[in-house]
Structures are given as structure tokens and as C-alpha cells.
Write a new protein. Structure first.
Length: 283
């Protein structure tokens, strides 16, 4: 009986609310030790996202989305000779769920387009891997390529594959019909790990690494030896990455927003301006 009363109380609110289905298609990329460019399509991969949007007002909305993308990079494309000699590479699938607050600068019920911005919280899963010289996929976390979890390096803790992030970004929206809005957006993710690419700090002693994790760990920790005339394994303690800055990833693409049911707010605007039975004039 209580459930019935609750549904009865909420039904008028939910029936008048403006809900939307959002779908985004585009690309994903990352910023880190193997990709220093702030924003680029070089080495980018396909990304998709889908979710629901609820309009709090004509300017504010809350959104919940699930996203999938792939990030990756290789030293082969680096402009720095010493990084090309390092010869590291990685890829990782990203599975993300987020909750966002979005702000439209203009009211899309009155205007044809508007800039917008968003921010929120997210949780994501990643797991970096690389392909060895024979083309076999090798998962990197368990190899402790920088000594994570080894007794000889107590300050280097294993990293978690589930992490929190702060998503934020913006774009521009265009109203196509009463129910359909197109947008182009860029969404960055501030991360709290420097191991999205399994590269962060300094090289460990290869003898210690081999004893603890095996030959594959040493081979994946430094891959310069795979290159013709490449230098040998670096001295213990030599820089492998830069731990000063955390990694980032971002999603960018075209978003389609489809209103569920009729657009109540747009109908109200038409009635207010006496335009309910004729096309709305937008600017």
C-alpha cells in the first residue's frame, strides 16, 4: 500500500518532467608519459556513451551516463629521440559510469543553439596491456614493471584498476527539432593515478624484477633492446616516467539528445507567445 501511495505521489511529477536519452559517438585519447599533447586525435580510438538526462530547469540538467573507450599510445610517435629509444607502448579499455550537472548558457526553448558546460563525478575501470615482440597481448599490472608491491620498493604500492575521476568539459548544442538536439562536446577526466599507461617513476633493478616477476616483466619494463642498435637496460633509478603529474583521458564527439514524450517546456513557451499552433520563431 505504501509503495502504491509513493508511486501515486511521484507520478504527476515524473509525468511532467522532461527526460532525454543521450547517445554520444566519437573518440577517446589520453595525456600521460607516452602522449604529452594536451589534445590530439593522434593514436585516438573509438568511444561511445549513452545515458539519461533530466532537466531541472531551462538551464540546468542532471545526467547519468555509461561510457566505453580505448586509450593507448606508443613511443614510436614521440618527437623525442630518447623516448623513441625507450620503445614503450600500451593500450587500455576504459569502462566508465558518471553523474553530471550540466549548465546551458542560453535557453534552448527560445534559442536555436547554446554553449554549455558540465562537471561531476565518475568511477572507471582500466587495465593496461601491451603486445610483445611476437604480437602476444601482455597484461602489465601483474608484472610490477616499476616494482609496485615488491618488498625492495616499499614506497611503490600496487595501483587499483577501479578508480574515481572528476569529469568536466563543455561544447555547443543545436536544436534540430522540438525533441532532438545535437551537440559537439569535449569531456576531460582528471585522474588520481599515474599508472593509466603503467608508466610513472623510475627503473628498478632488473635482477630483482626478474627474480620476483620473471623475464617477461623485465622485457616489458624496458623495450629499447627490441630496436636495432637499441641501448641496453637503463641504470637502476634512471627516470622511466614522470610521477609529478597524473594521467588524464578524454572523450570527444557528437551527442544526440532525444526528448522522451512531448517537450512540455517548449509547448509552454509557445502558449506564452501565442505560437502554439504555428512554428516557433527561434533566434
Amino acid at each position: 500500500m505504501r509503495k502504491f501511495l509513493l508511486v501515486a505521489m511521484l507520478f504527476p511529477i515524473l509525468s511532467q518532467a522532461q527526460w532525454h536519452v543521450n547517445v554520444l559517438g566519437g573518440f577517446s585519447n589520453y595525456i600521460g608519459d607516452l602522449q604529452s599533447r594536451a589534445y590530439t586525435t593522434q593514436q585516438a580510438h573509438t568511444a561511445i556513451s549513452a545515458g539519461l538526462q533530466y532537466d531541472l530547469s531551462s538551464h540546468f540538467s542532471i545526467l547519468g551516463n555509461g561510457s566505453y573507450g580505448v586509450v593507448g599510445a606508443s613511443d614510436t610517435y614521440s618527437p623525442q629521440a630518447d623516448l623513441r629509444a625507450r620503445n614503450l607502448s600500451f593500450q587500455s579499455k576504459i569502462y566508465e559510469g558518471n553523474f553530471l550537472l550540466e549548465y546551458n548558457l542560453l535557453d534552448l526553448n527560445k534559442h536555436k543553439f547554446t554553449p554549455y558546460a558540465f562537471a561531476g563525478v565518475a568511477i572507471y575501470h582500466f587495465s593496461p596491456y601491451a603486445f610483445d615482440s611476437l604480437g602476444k597481448k601482455v597484461w602489465l599490472k601483474g608484472l610490477s614493471t616499476e616494482g609496485e608491491g615488491l618488498a625492495q620498493y616499499p614506497d611503490r604500492k600496487p595501483y587499483n584498476l577501479f578508480q574515481f575521476a572528476i569529469p568536466f568539459g563543455g561544447g555547443i548544442k543545436f536544436r534540430v527539432t522540438d525533441r532532438v538536439v545535437l551537440a559537439y562536446e569535449i569531456g576531460l577526466r582528471k585522474l588520481f593515478t599515474d599508472y593509466l599507461d603503467d608508466v610513472s617513476t623510475r627503473y628498478v633493478d632488473p635482477a630483482i624484477l626478474q627474480a620476483a616477476k620473471g623475464t617477461t616483466a623485465v622485457e616489458m619494463a624496458y623495450r629499447g633492446g627490441e630496436l636495432k642498435g637499441g641501448p641496453g637496460y637503463p641504470n637502476t633509478g634512471a627516470p622511466r616516467g614522470g610521477s609529478k603529474y597524473k594521467d588524464w583521458y578524454y572523450l570527444s564527439g557528437i551527442r544526440v539528445s532525444i526528448a522522451l514524450g512531448s517537450n512540455k517546456k517548449l509547448e509552454e513557451q509557445r502558449r506564452l507567445h501565442g505560437l502554439y499552433d504555428c512554428p516557433e520563431k527561434v533566434y
